[in-house]
Structures are given as C-alpha cells and as structure tokens.
Design a protein. Structure first.
Length: 305
C-alpha cells in the first residue's frame, strides 16, 4: 500500500536571475517559507517550475538544491518528465541520488503515446531508473494532450510499475478522479491538482493536493481543508470562492498565469525573478493592476508570511 500524502504540496516556481538564468540562492528561504506555512511537501520542476523550458543540467541543480535544504518532514517529489526517455531516466537516476521522497513524470507531449499501454511502457522505463523511489504519474492533459482515463492507466500500470504510488491529477474529469480513488481498493495516492476546485476534490475523497498558489496562499487552503473536515461547508465554500477570485485575476492579464504568479511571490518576500521565453513578464501597468486587485481581494488576510 502506497503512503497517502495528506495536506498541501506546493508546486514551486523556479527562481531566475534577471537575465533568465537559474537562481538557486532563494530556494533555501523558499523551503523555509513553505514549512513555516504548514505545507507538507513540494513537487519541484513541474509545470509551475517551467521544467520543459529548463535544461537537464539546470533541473538536476534545482532538484539537488531542494532536497538539500528541505526541512525534515517536507517531502520533495521531483518531476523528471521530458520529451526524451533518456533525459527522463537521467533525471530519475539523479533524483535517486538525492534525498528525494519520490519522482513524477508527465506523458511526453510531442510524440505522444497512442494507447494506454504505450503510456504505461513509457512510465515503467522512467520509474525503473529510480527503483527505490515512489513514482507518480503527472496527469495534465491540458498541457500534454495525453488524455487517457486515469482509471484505465492505473488498471494497466498496477502490475507493470512496481513503484507506482499514484497520480498527480491536474484535470477536470471528476468522474475519472473518483474512479481512481477507488481503484485497487484505494491503494493509490491521488493528489488533486486544481487549486481553484480543491473543495470538489476533497468532497470526492482527496487527502492531498498539489498546487501553484499554495506557495503564496497556503493559509487560505489550510483553512479550507480544516473547515471541510469540520463539516463547515459555508466557510469552505467561501474560502474556495476567494481562491477562485484570486486565480481568475492571475489568469486575466495578457501574460497569463505564471508571470503574474511569480510576481505575487515577490509580495510575500521571495523574489523568483522573470519567466523564460516564450512567456513574457508583466508590463508595469499589468503589475500595478494585479497588485491593486489583490489588495482589494484581501490577499493580506491569507497570504504566506
């Protein structure tokens, strides 16, 4: 039986210098910020971390730094997915040499698997490079185009990937998510991956969640989870509403979510720098708008401190 992670797993941003190079220096303070705000772990070098815009060498440096500085009890899962199976295996082997709790990989997004069995074969190769670490499949079809039902994946992968621990589930198919929760008598760990609908995941039975906004607003989501556990649905719904308003704001700029979210990190005292091309950073006017709207939404009431 795989360990079921409970609580919030932050998907951290990759700090960068103004010239776009990776900046490892803030990661120790980043890990301290998350631990101080009750976050249970990190899913490093994923979508939020701009993983596919980084080199393999950069990703290994980032993974090594996270595992080096994470406090006891802060689980570090390293995303090792890439379009090249050999890059995946290199990253997985490196993760196994660090203090990583586990590894994860999204499906390849250029030459995509044509069947569930193709996807299982790909994941089995990746997982085999780190046979001592739990393996999580990262389901994010909105980015990868790999859209197989994950209940079918779990059925096919259960006997083929010995280290399969579960799924980071970042998609809107709640029926499939519910089927995954019940697969193999609840053996697998299903980490819910949509911050803006976390309450729906909890209602279905999720225990843990991975999200970008947990880096800077973990107190909001911890309150939400506590209210849900106490049966206080009115409070839980109100907190989820506040989350939706914040996330809608961050998506509403012409530069999309990541540039705005990275800018918010600076508000909580951690400068993660710019995003990499082809993404663009916020203009001064967009920055002013986002900061003013966050103040109007009462961001200071639930931001990480």
């Amino acid at each position: 039986m795989a360990e079921h992670i409970e609580g919030l797993i932050a998907a951290p941003f990759t700090p960068m210098h103004d010239d776009g190079s990776v900046n490892l220096a803030p990661i120790e303070a980043y890990a301290d910020l998350l631990a101080r705000n009750g976050v249970a772990g990190v899913f490093a070098c994923g979508t939020t971390g701009e993983s596919l815009s980084l080199t393999v060498a950069e990703r290994m440096e980032i993974a090594g730094r996270w595992t080096e500085v994470a406090a006891e009890g802060l689980r570090v899962i390293i995303h090792v997915g890439a379009t090249s199976i050999e890059d995946c295996r290199t990253l997985a082997r490196h993760a196994a040499e660090t203090r990583a709790f586990g590894i994860g990989a999204m499906g390849p997004c250029f030459f995509r698997p044509q069947t569930v069995e193709d996807l299982v074969a790909f994941c089995a190769e990746v997982a085999s490079a780190a046979p001592g670490l739990p393996f999580y499949y990262y389901h994010i079809p909105g980015m990868t185009g790999v859209e197989f039902p994950m209940a079918d994946f779990l059925e096919a992968a259960a006997g083929a990937i010995p280290t399969l621990a579960g799924i980071k589930y970042t998609w809107e198919d709640l029926m499939d998510f519910g089927r995954c929760l019940g697969a193999a008598d609840g053996r697998f760990d299903l980490l819910y991956g949509r911050d803006e609908t976390l309450l729906a995941g909890l209602a279905l039975g999720a225990r843990g969640a991975v999200g970008s906004t947990y880096s800077f607003s973990a107190p909001l989501y911890r309150r939400l989870m506590e209210a849900f556990a106490a049966g206080d649905l009115d409070t839980a719904r109100d907190l989820q509403r506040r989350s939706r308003e914040m996330i809608h704001l961050l998506y509403s700029t012409t530069r999309a979510f990541l540039p705005a979210a990275k800018r918010v990190m600076k508000m909580v005292g951690l400068d993660c720098g710019p995003v990499r091309l082809p993404m663009r950073n916020l203009t001064p006017d967009e920055t002013e708008h986002v900061l003013a709207e966050l103040e109007r939404l009462g961001f200071d009431d639930y931001c990480a401190k």
